[in-house]
Design a protein around this ligand. Sequence first.
Ligand code: GLY
Ligand code: MN
Length: 463
Amino acid sequence: MFDKSIYEERRKNLRKKIKSGLVYLPGNIDSPMNYRANQLPFRQDSSFLYFFGIDKPGFAGLIDVDNNKDYLYGNDFDIDDVIWMGQMPTVSDLGKTIGAEGIGEKVKLDNVLKSAIKGGRKIHYLPPYKADIVIEIERVLGIKTSFVNDFVSEELIKAIIELRDIKTDIEIAEMEKALDISYEMLSMIMSKARAGIIEQQLVGKMEGILSQRGSHYSFPIILTKNGETLHNHNHSNVLENGDLLLVDSGAESPEYYASDITRTFPVSGKFTDKQKAIYQIVLDAQMEAIKEIKPGVMNKTLHLIAAKVIASGLKNLGFLKGNIDDIVANGAHALFFPHGLGHMIGLDVHDMENYGENFVGYTGGLKRSEQFGLAFLRLAKELKTGNVITIEPGIYFIPDLIKQWKAENKLSEYINYEKAEEYIGFGGIRIEDDILVTKNGHRVLGKAIPKTVEEIESIMGTR
Ligand code: GLY
Ligand code: MN
């Protein structure tokens, strides 16, 4: 946990942004895996972690905006709990570690909320993403589950996004701890990948590093020679020379901040000419977008910069035709780059997406495009000092998409479908880094993980 002053400061800043009422932040509850006493690994809710820091199930935080007081609710352990799980500090003691008043009988929260409702006080809560929390909200606030999402507090969502949007030095230091683990995982994979290994064996080695470091992945590992499937969690293939291996993964730091890095490299250790040409376009797109990062730039602009580099590279290779601006304006490049350039990252790998993607990525009256490709851009807004974002362009040859667009004759004035069909089976390439927006520009976070053709071939050549 951070020092209690951090949590006090965060709650104070939140109170300043909320006009009146109570902020109710339920922490996560244990989730059974297959029967009640056998639980899935616990992950605390990130909003609760941010303001109350306690990494244990079954707690709730209450911020009384009108009376300037913060409460931590939970049930004190009884002797039965101690027999199975050992001693635990009292809720009152836990409260002291975060500068809140700890109350060891959770039922008291129900009464506080009930009388607040009776007194006509506003109770702010966030959109729940777990069924058990929806039910808990129904129970304590008396809102039927199907209406729980209709009464979430937009005022609270916007206030918290304003706070969590800007990462402080201690948060960046946490993300760099997660990135140290990413560095270790990817360096290991580049030295271990070779023909004959099953993808799952490499996933296991990565999970071993996470476990040894007392960490956990920030999202399930993507490690695949079929990188054209964007979130491919099938790890059953045997690697062969000639394959490209796409590894998209992240770790959590001790305080649960995420990393998210993608590298794509040849199983043989040497790119073929065909692979090198596509790889270099993706790398150029990533580097060009990163180069332009500074406060005041719209992330949508960065996406379009990357899209133009991709369009121009693919035009040079004969996949696209026509004017680059027209190709991008019409979304023809999205046949090969069908996702957004990146997202915010912090306590969540897609930071704060549980509040609603558009609240996080489309502030200031921005409208989300409906065009295939651009519509999937999660983050379009203007960047500010202290934002941390991912930049992750890619080029993919997705057989079903190519076939579908070809059958529809879609944008055929810009697309050479015969050439695209030749690359079915090529796979996909994505390159991703995590970048801090600084006062004067940006800083790519973490130790440099090999990503140029030369760097990758050189590290893999030492296997
Ligand atoms: N790295 C996984 C994602 O950003 O969706
Ligand atoms: Mn990502």
